[in-house]
Design a protein. Structure first.
Length: 245
């Protein structure tokens, strides 16, 4: 089975449809499938429900799908860095299902593991619990949360092989391994593609069994949400030494 496609458009061919649910890996701008999300935007598909920790920042990644009004609903845990996201939500133009971040991660993991629901203390007695079953275990109240499983998952990996095995780099791993398991079809964009057998099995984060299509996109732009700097130390010579510090 050939899993390698020449570009993002062909990798998504035949998979996109209106009103589908898309699982999107990444956290902020770290590890997002930017090339694949741009290809989804270019396809014109609409009415999307997107599961993602957030929608990045304005003008990058999923936010470009908000610009074109292709996203109907977001299932997320954080929206604070995206002005367009907040504007559309407050104007009633975008549905939003808020989740505590750990609950969101577990809903995705459970979906990939075939677990339909689970119980958690998180959210009991808050707005999060409205309309959900609360059950008592060992004298403590727990809230039932349903798992999430999409039509399509898009993930970004640092390295992959032609069999679909993936390695994520450092914090860019974030939600990607869970998303890759929690959809009918997973498409991965990788910075470096190598022949099957070249990756150390002990280093693989997502086994190729979960990945149906893969596209090599080259080294990703290492974007920074917030660039915080501090003044450089003085270059003036220390008193009485004539030595720069």
């Amino acid at each position: 089975m050939n899993k390698v496609y020449p570009d993002a458009k062909s990798a998504l061919h035949g998979l996109l449809k209106d009103n589908m649910m898309i699982m999107s890996g990444g956290f902020g701008l770290c590890g997002i499938a930017e090339i694949l999300s741009d290809a989804i935007r270019d396809s014109g598909v609409k009415g999307l429900t997107v599961v993602s920790n957030n929608a990045g920042v304005d003008g990058i990644g999923l936010s470009r799908l908000l610009e074109t009004r292709q996203i109907k609903k977001m299932i997320s845990s954080y929206v604070g860095e995206n002005k367009l996201f907040a504007q559309q939500f407050l104007a009633g133009e975008l549905e939003l299902e808020f989740n505590p971040q750990g609950t969101l991660a577990e809903r995705i993991r459970a979906g990939g593991a075939g677990i339909p629901a689970f119980f958690t203390k998180t959210g009991v007695g808050t707005l999060i619990a409205e309309g959900k079953e609360v059950r008592e275990f060992d004298g403590e109240k727990y809230l039932m949360e349903r798992s999430l499983f999409g039509d399509l998952a898009i993930v970004h990996a640092w390295k992959g092989d032609t069999a679909g095995n993936l390695i994520y780099r450092k914090t860019a791993r974030n939600f990607n391994p869970m998303m890759a398991t929690a959809a009918k079809v997973t498409v991965a964009e990788v910075e470096h593609l190598v022949p099957a057998g070249e990756l150390n099995p002990d280093h693989i984060h997502t086994p190729g069994i979960f990945v149906k299509r893969i596209v090599e996109v080259g080294t990703a732009k290492k974007r920074i949400e917030f660039r915080n700097t501090r003044p450089r130390p003085s270059k003036a010579p220390a008193a009485g030494t004539g030595v720069e510090i």
